[in-house]
Each structure stands twice: as C-alpha cells, then as structure tokens.
Design a protein around this ligand. Structure first.
Ligand SMILES: [Cu+2]
Length: 156
C-alpha cells in the first residue's frame, strides 16, 4: 500500500503536534500544582525552616544553688550571661530555708515583697524566661534578699 508523499507529511506533523501538546499538558500539571501538595517520596512538603527558639538551661550562679552566702554574687553571674527568650534558670534550694519569688522592680530594690507575682517553694524550679525584658527574683524569707539572695535577669 502506497501512501502518498502528502499523506506521510501530514502524519509526521500530527505526531509532532501531539508531542508538543502532551509536553505542554505535563508542564501545566507540574507548574499548576500548589506547592503544598507536592510531596517527595511520600515525605512532607518542603517548607522553609522556622527559627526555633533557643532554649538553654542556666543553673543559677553557675552551680544552681540558691542559697545564703553563695560564693558568686547572683547579679555578677547574671551579668556575665546573655539570656534569650525561652532560656531557663534552674534554682535548686533547701525549701525549709528559702524560696524563689518573682517580684516587681520596686519590690526587688526595696527587698519587700508585698505582692509577689509568683512564689516557688519546692526545692527545684525551672523558670522559663518566656518574655523579653527584666525579671526580678528574690528569696522571700526575711533578711535573705538583703543578704544577697536577689537577682535581676535581663532577657534579650
Ligand atoms: Cu533564702
């Protein structure tokens, strides 16, 4: 069976046309797919990395002991660190003799906790520095704040 030159040419062009259209359809499918729906071997779709908060645990004064007669001044220790949001301060103390109070700046400077924002009485406290700003801690047992159980922590 003889196919004329003209027919052959038509068929060739038809195939080429089909290829171009198929390619175009594939391209549209790939490009049109929303980014969230694209998965790679069943893994979750790629998302730009979210900066996770730095979380470090700082034992108070370096050794974690919240006590009278600490060898390091708590404020000197605090000044030697850079605290960031969501870092934690770990206080370890004898609950019979001490506590940890979160107080206002005025109460901190005067060592008179009239309305502390929080009182921790268990011997182990992991205090989360959740916000930027300055946190003021004292021991609420009379005389202990004056004797050095006070610390201001600035959180960047
Ligand atoms: Cu105390």
């Amino acid at each position: 069976m003889a196919i004329s030159q003209g027919e052959k040419g038509k068929q060739g062009r038809g195939n080429a046309m089909f290829m171009v259209i198929s390619l175009a359809v594939v391209c549209v499918l790939l490009a049109g797919e929303p980014a969230s729906a694209v998965s790679f071997h069943g893994r979750r779709p790629f998302r730009p990395p979210v900066r996770t908060p730095v979380r470090r645990i700082y034992p108070v004064g370096g050794n974690g002991m919240w006590m009278l007669g600490s060898k390091v001044s708590y404020n000197k220790w605090a000044a030697s660190k850079v605290f960031r949001q969501n870092d934690q301060i770990l206080f370890t103390f004898n609950p019979t003799f001490h506590n940890v109070m979160l107080v206002s700046a005025a109460e901190y400077f005067s060592c008179s906790p009239r309305k502390p924002m929080a009182i921790y009485r268990k011997g182990k406290v992991s205090f989360n520095l959740a916000k930027r700003g300055t946190y003021f801690f004292i021991c609420g047992i009379p005389g202990h704040c004056q004797a050095g159980m006070k610390m201001a922590i600035k959180v960047l």
